[in-house]
Design a protein around this ligand. Structure first.
Ligand SMILES: [Zn+2]
Length: 97
């Protein structure tokens, strides 16, 4: 019986490690694994989007609706086709132009 719990915990931990670099935290993944079984855990980790890597270029704008980064300013968002609010990232600080 003890072996079952140890195996269950190990599987949960291994799956949780796949959450790194994704938009789900290790703790979230681990809780899902432990409470909702590792089968649900695998699905949650796989379905989680990858982290958005923010580059600190001066001509980068972020879509206010879907949080997507676009390098040319004033254009439409490639995802939602909405007019982009021009947000310039300069030296890691967010500022509206
Ligand atoms: Zn968008």
């Amino acid at each position: 019986m003890m072996i079952f719990f140890i195996t269950y915990l190990l599987i949960s931990l291994i799956i949780s490690f796949f959450s790194f670099g994704k938009r789900i935290s290790f703790i979230e993944a681990l809780l899902i694994n432990l409470l909702l079984t590792p089968v649900v855990g695998i699905i949650s980790v796989m379905k989680a989007d990858n982290n958005i890597i923010t580059h600190h270029y001066t001509n980068t704008s972020i879509c206010a609706y879907c949080n997507v980064e676009v390098t040319d300013r004033g254009s439409l968002c490639p995802i939602c086709r909405k007019e982009m609010e021009v947000t310039i990232i300069k030296d890691g600080k967010l500022g509206v132009a």
